[in-house]
Design a binder for this molecule. Sequence first.
Ligand code: ACO
Length: 560
Amino acid sequence: MSRSSTRLLTTSIRSLASSSSHTPSPSLAAAAYRRSDIGTSRYASSSVHSQPEFSCVDANERRGQKLQRLAEQSKPSCSTPSSSALSSVAFPCVDANEAREDRLRAQFSSPQLASATDSESQEVDESGPEPSYTKVVSGYQLYHHPRPFKLDYGGELPQFDLAYETWGQLNEDKSNAILLHTGLSASSHAASTQSNPAKGWWEDFIGPNKTLDTNKFFIICTNVLGGCYGSTGPSSAHPLDATGAAYATRFPILSIFDMVRAQFLLLDHLGIDRLYASVGSSMGGMQSIAAAHLERSRVARLISISGCARSAPASIALRYAQRSVLMSDPNWNRGFYYDAGQLPPHTGMKLARQIATFTYRSGPEWEQRFGRARRVATEEEGSMELDPALCPDFLIETYLDHQGEQFCLKYDANSLIYISKAMDLFDMSDHALCDLQLRRTNAHGADHSTNLALDRNATPAPRPRKRQHISTLSSPAAHAYVPALARGMARLADIPTLVIGVQSDILFPVEQQREIAECLRLNGNDSVRYYELDAPHGHDSFLIDVQNVGGAIRGFLESE
Ligand SMILES: CC(=O)SCCNC(=O)CCNC(=O)[C@H](O)C(C)(C)COP(=O)(O)OP(=O)(O)OC[C@H]1O[C@@H](n2cnc3c(N)ncnc32)[C@H](O)[C@@H]1OP(=O)(O)O
């Protein structure tokens, strides 16, 4: 059966399901799914395996069918004359994408590959370039949590693994531990280790006499829950599925707080009661704040770099655009692309990464770096100046193309979807925390309610401020959110905090950094340091600017 006809069947079964009752039963949805592109699917039918609904995808499919019918009706009656004037220009970028699809199809047609364990796929990876997210997975330690883990939005993981790496030595009284939180797509591999000598994503910041000085501190970095570099995520085998199939989009919705709770279970396992510091950038900044909120007595210092206390609509929009292009790649297949013979949504991932890269860097940097320069001819193309092309042509285009190409098979698409959604949902406002607490209690009962919302008795009353507070916020809209955010962040009133923002960051703008500092100060926190960098690298400054970002962190860690 062709892909389009199976889609039609899927859609009609789904519409049958929705016409018979308001909410389609999970079993009908599952039946519909089994008839879709998966073919040899290993996904059994049971309520544990119910398929999520994707009304946005359904709508897109209906539009496709309508356009197909219109195209059929408007076909020209005579054939198109052949002439060189009518021939199309070359599209090497489209050819390259098709070649990748073919290469992957050949590689993924082997059932052994799809069912390979980590170590097996490691070997397979050596022989071919993709997918590399299995390849990066090495040299970490694993914390296994064998019991059910309840999640804020009502879901549950029957058990989970957390991949982590450490640097430096834990001192005798276990008081020198720093928990380093990652950005969206990073692994636990923040710096090279003996077991994995490859450079890590914060290589220049971790080591003897570096920002996180391993002569003094014991640094722990995890791959977040929901990730794909060793921790349990959508690409992990669903423990309740006897077929061994991956969770895919049967994975429950996560919150930033869920990720942090999992990290505290790891700290319990390591016997670390109190952190010297919780440090994070980007999504890691959110986690850093969440950690101090959930476990105030266990976090001695807090560092948030280019993070936020609540995701702004503009950031949600930028991540939504990425998820949308990703979910419209037919290979994504509603998240079920892990079976033998199926391809990951590499095209959607590439486009999503191009959008992401736009949000990670800055216009002023690109002006300096690329200007309006266009690519030069390769040797095969000859030495003449190239004509304008529709494929990547300007250097900024070839750069985005390269970034997308590098990333599209390095990271699991479903992890991107789930983790970016967790970022969107993050909100430290008191009413948002109350809502989340209520959801948790409704789903799991009072026994599993955690201290998300403020207990006024257990939260310190704001102290009178020593110095007069002068607001640094420039947008009136931001002021409107500050009271609720400040109330939500009341537990952080006693924690020495460093906030770093970058003026060229469009993803987590400085206004959001000022907001964090402002809320803490409004709560009477007199140990807030705020640095705003005038650096050109935008959001990625935390990965690049060792001198300024690293210098501020080091100064704070060693003086507070
Ligand atoms: C919300 C969150 O997830 S937070 C985290 C978000 N950020 C990321 O994930 C970004 C990840 N990026 C990295 O790790 C980068 O390597 C950084 C930021 C550490 C370093 O950046 P830079 O040193 O400026 O290098 P950058 O990645 O921009 O460019 C270098 C690469 O682009 C290539 N390149 C540069 N210019 C061009 C161009 N015009 N055309 C094509 N390729 C180009 C280089 O050849 C190089 O390729 P390589 O990586 O295959 O060797």
